[in-house]
Design a protein around this ligand. Structure first.
Ligand code: C2O
Ligand code: CU
Ligand code: CU
Length: 493
């Protein structure tokens, strides 16, 4: 056994509860190997946290050009040939306010088609809005324009490509960035950090590795686990300081079960959902696409932001295998709190309670069955021999409308998963209120745009189609599953 490095000590220090939860597997890993499961050889802690460039709206407008192109960057400390927006991965952070107009010229410098989706924003899906049916060819440009309603919920959102068939590959190669919708009443914090978590796999030449068919069917998980493109960066604070962490799960398929043991965590919101008063949490589960808006109140010492293993099930007809179950805790960042204590921050102002759709009149009830298996679907989603991925028995077709919802109505959807693998269900434009999770009624108002439907489980949501009409999509946010056909078209009219 190698001597325990400072890094292992740090991991162990932050690991107490986690090791118990994971049945000691994590502890074993830390002792047996000086290397984290995301590979490579980091020192006690990585470099200081890199912050993606920030662009902020002024006088109600933000106008920018986003060029998607291959770039030479550093990912996890290694030279990499990745896909970037404006030369960086993650791309620039866009900071907006409710009521703003956002105009983006997307320039496609890739050698394949792409487009742009603003994940979670409550904006029109029509014309040059959040329209994922558009394709921008190589060498072409397109002008997108989005108008946020004046009552748009503040919170953490993100943008990424959505061209059917290449979504997983383009995001896995680096195309994503954060969107923050600011609060009208400021929450007093000493730092407002945007933390984009992604994973990828680089080959020896620094190119993003190709993935196999089984990896696509399972949903690809990368060997490198990155925070703002870095491996295990160092974040520093003073004791008593309150920071705001905006965490985005931009991984193509990996679930993030996050812990920061030894620090006080209060959750302000997830996705577009907000709680009137921040609620204390010990652990956070972010399915692919989910975001957390978190307050961290710093206590002196070094702690590790860990991603713990999460069991998201297995492939139909197969034994449980590696990529689906996670491999021991991974360190995402080191949080170092030292120095003189800061004065206690001012109280967090309370926020209005969100609307509760549990008391709304439901105009229609639907069931959406998420399925995977051999011999399913038409085969449009992939080469023969691939497992089919479907919703209500059909693979995605952009020319077909699967669900028509009358504008102005509230609907209740039951999402049924008939496969032995979790599927995080995502609906564009209209947020979902989680009503029931695996038969359990949910307490309080939980708004999400990605709802995880457990393996062989079900979830019930309510959706208010009050504003914005037009065609858009819902799909599994394991992006390979989306690309393979687990997506449907909704039209609100
Ligand atoms: Cu994050 Cu349809 O996407
Ligand atoms: Cu989306
Ligand atoms: Cu899925």
């Amino acid at each position: 056994m190698r001597p325990i490095s400072r890094r292992s000590t740090l991991l162990l220090g932050g690991l107490g509860t986690a090791a118990t939860v994971a049945g000691g597997a994590g502890l074993w890993w830390s002792l047996a190997s000086a290397e984290p499961p995301n590979g490579g050889t980091a020192d006690a802690e990585g470099p200081g946290l890199r912050i993606p460039p920030e662009l902020r709206s002024t006088a109600g407008k933000l106008q920018l050009t986003l060029e998607a192109a291959r770039g030479q960057v550093e990912l996890g400390g290694r030279p990499a040939s990745a896909l970037c927006y404006n030369g960086t991965s993650p791309g620039p952070t866009l900071r907006l306010r409710p009521g703003d107009e956002l105009t983006i010229r997307l320039v496609n410098g890739l050698d394949e088609a792409t487009n742009l989706h603003v994940h979670g924003l409550h904006v029109s899906p029509q014309a040059n809005g959040d329209n994922v049916f558009l394709a921008v060819g190589p060498g072409e440009a397109f002008d997108y324009s989005y108008r946020l309603p004046p009552d748009h919920p503040p919170g953490v959102y993100w943008y990424h490509p959505h061209h059917h068939g290449t979504v997983a590959g383009q995001i896995f190669a680096g195309l994503f960035g954060a969107i923050i919708v600011e609060d009208s009443v400021t929450i007093p914090v000493s730092a407002d950090r945007v933390l984009l978590v992604s994973d990828t796999t680089l080959d020896s030449a620094g190119s993003v590795a190709a993935v196999s068919q089984p990896e696509r069917m399972a949903g690809r998980e990368g060997e490198l686990l990155l925070l703002n493109g870095q491996r295990n960066p160092l974040l520093t604070a003073r004791p008593g300081e309150r920071e705001r962490w905006r965490i985005i799960n931009a991984c193509a398929a990996r679930f993030l079960r996050l812990r920061l043991d030894g620090q006080r965590l209060d959750l302000i919101g997830m996705d577009s959902g907000r709680s009137p008063v921040p609620g204390r949490v010990e652990e956070l589960l972010l399915a692919p696409g989910n975001r957390a808006d978190l307050l961290v109140t710093a206590t002196a010492g070094d702690t590790v932001l860990q991603a713990l293993p999460y069991d998201r099930g297995s492939m139909p007809g197969m034994m449980r295998q590696g990529p689906l179950t996670g491999r021991g805790p991974a360190s995402l960042a080191v949080f170092r709190v030292s120095g003189e204590s800061a004065v206690a921050p001012a109280a967090v102002p309370p926020r209005p309670a969100p609307e509760d759709l549990r008391t709304a009149t439901v105009a229609a009830r639907r069931q959406l069955v998420l399925a995977m298996g051999m011999g399913m679907g038409s085969g449009q989603g992939g080469p023969s021999g691939m497992m089919g991925f479907s919703i209500n028995g059909r693979e995605f077709s952009g020319s077909r409308t699967d669900t028509v919802a009358p504008a102005g109505s509230v609907e209740e959807w039951t999402l049924v998963n008939t496969s032995p693998m979790d599927h995080p269900f995502h609906l564009h434009v209209w947020p979902m209120q989680l009503i029931e999770d695996n038969g359990q009624a949910v307490e309080g108002v939980i708004m999400r745009d990605v709802v995880n439907v457990r393996a062989n489980g079900r979830a019930t949501v309510r959706i208010a189609f009050r504003d914005f009409s037009g065609r858009s999509v819902y799909h599994c946010h394991i992006l390979d599953h989306e690309d393979l056909g687990m997506m449907g078209v909704i039209e609100v009219s």
